[in-house]
Design a protein around this ligand. Structure first.
Ligand SMILES: Nc1ncnc2c1ncn2[C@@H]1O[C@H](COP(=O)(O)OP(=O)(O)O)[C@@H](O)[C@H]1O
Ligand SMILES: [Mg+2]
Length: 286
């Protein structure tokens, strides 16, 4: 999903909670605004916990403060071209900054970058596997981000890093280690799935060692209450956010529309004494 270019930046469902996480992201953005380097913020958590929503909400705030946002996400099925999330980051930058902005930011690296974004011109070679050629591409992308951030601080979001592949994660590491003064990198991933791929897991562990980490848990009880539909089980069929597990002995807060997963969660949490009445969730998920 392309959160930055979707309704999540222009509206979307009501966002609640995550004040501490937004504050952490805000501090990192302040560092980018002041030219001290926004660094890398890693947001991890299970599917549906709210990673994309948090990042999209923050991206909207960052834009409101004058920052630029470039958003790319991994394609979870097979068949994605190499560096797909980064291709989307570059395209997203161009869409948001206007025609010609990417070519201008790419400058002398346009030929290398054209390997990823053919509209930039004739690629100087195909995407190569050799480490030297790969490093040249990493350097070209990183230098382009640096130049792109001259006009205004740049927030780069890589969604679903767990599905991005090792090469894209390595490029993230390269960009992070370049300590770009006016760039804030944010990557989102399902931590369990990132560990399943040995090659990716190694890169993610290296990133985690130096990045700012946000591990998303369920929403707090108060935030969750604000998400609860006011009455009637039918309300849960609406696309607006709903939540379950209030009062669960297990920390199993989840927010969102009544997806199959939330349905299961609600059934699990309908324990004796819970405000979620057993059976009240046994309807078809929307
Ligand atoms: N803080 C929040 N406030 C309101 N709705 C939320 C919040 N966090 C998540 N949601 C809702 O929960 C659902 C799943 O969130 P999402 O961000 O897609 O999860 P993830 O990216 O972790 O898989 C979305 O429908 C989203 O609107
Ligand atoms: Mg997501």
């Amino acid at each position: 999903m392309n959160g930055a270019d979707s309704g999540q930046l222009t509206g979307g469902p009501r966002f609640v909670g995550r004040d501490a996480e937004l504050a952490t992201l805000g501090e990192a953005l302040a560092d980018a605004v002041n030219g001290r380097g926004g660094g890398l913020v890693l947001i991890s958590g299970e599917p549906g916990i709210g990673k994309t929503t948090l990042a999209a909400t923050f991206a909207r705030q960052a834009r409101g403060q004058g920052a630029q946002v470039a958003w790319g996400g991994a394609w979870e099925d097979s068949g994605a071209p190499p560096y797909w999330p980064w291709v989307q980051v570059l395209r997203s930058f161009e869409r948001n900054a206007g025609a010609g902005a990417l070519a201008e930011a790419a400058g002398p690296d346009a030929g290398l970058l054209a390997q990823l974004v053919p509209s930039l011109g004739t690629p100087s070679g195909a995407i190569a596997e050799g480490s030297g050629a790969r490093l040249a591409l990493f350097d070209a992308v990183t230098a382009t981000l640096d130049r792109a951030a001259r006009a205004a601080p740049l927030v780069v979001v890589l969604d679903d890093l767990h599905a991005a592949g090792r090469a894209s994660a390595l490029l993230l590491r390269f960009a992070f280690e370049a300590r770009l003064a006016r760039v804030l990198l944010i990557a989102l991933y399902r931590d369990v799935e990132a560990r399943l791929d040995d090659e990716l897991s190694e890169v993610v562990s290296a990133l985690e060692a130096n990045a700012t980490l946000i591990t998303l848990g369920g929403l707090s009880r108060i935030s969750g209450r604000r998400l609860r539909p006011s009455a009637g089980p039918r309300r849960y069929r609406q696309p607006a956010a709903a939540s379950c597990c209030l009062g669960s002995p297990k920390p199993c807060w989840t927010a969102g529309p009544l997806t199959a997963r939330n349905h299961l969660c609600a059934k699990r949490c309908a324990w004796p004494g819970s405000p979620v009445r057993p059976g009240s969730w046994r309807r078809r998920p929307c």
